[in-house]
Ligand binder design. Sequence first.
Ligand code: AHR
Length: 307
Amino acid sequence: TQEAKTEEAPAAPVDEKIVIGFSQIGAESGWRTAETESIKKTCEEDPMIELKFSDAQQKQENQIKAIRTFIAQGVDAIALAPVVESGWETVFTEAKDAGIPIILLDRMAAVDESLYTTFIGSDFIEEGRRAAQYVIDTFGPDAEVNIVELQGTVGASAATDRQKGFADAIKDYSGYKIIKSQSGDFTRAKGKEVMEAFLKSDGDKIDVLYAHNDDMALGAVQAIEEYGLQPGKDIIIVGVDGVKDAFQAIADGKYNCTVECNPNLGPQLVQAVKDLKAGKTLEKWIKSDEDVYFGQKAIDALPTRTY
Ligand code: AHR
């Protein structure tokens, strides 16, 4: 079992600072790295905040361990990006009993609302719907469209909800079919590997690749090129996140659409913790503002993308 890596901040007058313990999932995608940077940078730049950062290397058991360490350290708030949705009741109850608020960041946990203070993040169902809408607008409602889907990490809310939003949006169009759907674990390497298998079995029938994140879609783009087809033309590519590489691939004509998911959650996290300290009640869901990018709009936005 891999141990969680906890980086301690240098010694500081802790009693004057608000201490946040953050358990991050890992570094599986460009999006995840951008989220980590946003949180570290926001905390570093704020003299009132001390961050204790723990990288779980994709393992829930490491996240549970990190939360218990944060509780023992008596932090002021625990931020958690839960790798999967289930299995959090016991440790969240321990935090609640210790009087430490849990702030869910970017992904949801399937627990009673009383066990966490707020969720800061995106509407993943809406992201799935937006991806589907791009496909419907591209092909038209009466078309016959064969779709392959690269799912995110099994059991993660980002995967479950993006799958649901997309499936719901296409269900009334009888010609739209998801012919293959498999997890690529949100990574570029796995996305490529699974797409290779899709191409091997159904290469001549695939019209659209829908991937739950851009990294998997970018891996698939490579697989499609190696297979001898043109991504972005022979197979329409739709991903989620809005990472710079996806914008570049759109500009290169190899990718069609990216549904934005904002990873820059540092400022909202720090504000939420300060509000809590000041005795304010937080909204149960602090939602991110996001857009959909394709065509010229994506090309125009490329130079200003921050992640
Ligand atoms: O939870 C958000 C998802 O997790 C992002 O879409 C993906 O890239 C990441 O790894």
